[in-house]
Design a protein around this ligand. Structure first.
Ligand code: SF4
Ligand code: SF4
Ligand code: FES
Length: 246
């Protein structure tokens, strides 16, 4: 059975406003369906980014009732029929229009991480790894680059001037993934995470983990191990005495 829901959606640019809509909802629908219905019936110029409608492309990120979420994976059945549902763009990134933000900050940070660096002379067909090492990075490779973790992290969400020094959870996780690769031996990834990507600014609040639609344990499995490796290499007296890299 359908019903009429009350939506408040951000319209316009930085000096825009929340606009009220009453819109039909049918059984089995998600928030993205409702936004599409608004576009089709009441707001044809509403900007919204989406692609797969299956939780896999990472395009439809927004804030629903203040919480960073994928619109295509947020079921209308999780709200009561008389609840007002507020949809706003991700707050951490510059607003382009309506629900669309400029996420190029993330592409800049991605480019700052040096690529996988295997030992010199080792050809791709010669890579040999233990299954346990393969499994460890598989969790991180589930990332769909929705940037919801980046959006929610208070280090950059509340402090624009930290963006220069802090790469955010998604990209610190990428550094951790490379650091845990047994054949990536040519770099001191923990030191790069500390010095160039601002790992020390993360105070392991786990907010990034809570919003990840892929349920990646970003904090426990990537950020904390990376911090431990920094501590091991910088402060272990035996390592310092013998100046060991690993
Ligand atoms: S755990 Fe670290 S990276 Fe994740 S939200 Fe908290 S401060 Fe940000
Ligand atoms: S780690 Fe999770 S929340 Fe962050 S970009 Fe990847 S899928 Fe999105
Ligand atoms: S439209 Fe692809 S993740 Fe939502």
């Amino acid at each position: 059975m359908g019903y009429q829901a009350h939506f408040r959606v951000w319209r316009g640019t930085d000096d825009g406003e929340l606009r009220d809509y009453t819109v039909e909802v049918n059984e089995g629908e998600v928030v993205l369906d409702i936004i599409h219905r608004l576009q089709a019936t009441q707001a044809p110029d509403m900007a919204v980014r989406w692609n797969c409608k299956a939780g896999k492309c990472g395009s439809c990120s927004a804030e629903i009732n203040g919480r960073p979420r994928l619109m295509c994976m947020t079921r209308m059945s999780t709200f009561t029929e008389d609840e007002t549902i507020t949809v706003t763009p991700m707050r951490t990134f510059p607003l382009i229009k309506d629900l669309v933000t400029d996420v190029s900050f993330n592409y800049v940070k991605a480019r700052e991480i040096p690529a996988f660096t295997p030992p010199a002379g080792l050809e791709p067909g010669e890579y040999r790894m233990q299954q346990v090492d393969v499994q460890r990075s598989q969790e991180f490779r589930k990332c769909i680059e929705c940037f919801l973790c980046q959006d929610t992290c208070h280090v950059i969400r509340d402090h624009e001037d930290n963006k220069e020094a802090f790469s955010g959870p998604r990209f610190l996780m990428r550094v951790a993934e490379l650091e845990m690769h047994p054949l990536d031996e040519a770099r001191n990834r923990p030191e790069e995470a500390r010095g160039e990507h601002g790992l020390g600014m993360c105070n392991i609040t786990k907010c990034c983990t809570e919003v990840c639609p892929e349920h990646i344990h970003i904090t426990d499995n990537a950020l904390i191990p990376l911090k431990e490796r920094v501590a091991d290499r910088r402060y272990d007296p035996l390592r310092r005495l013998f100046k060991k890299k690993d």
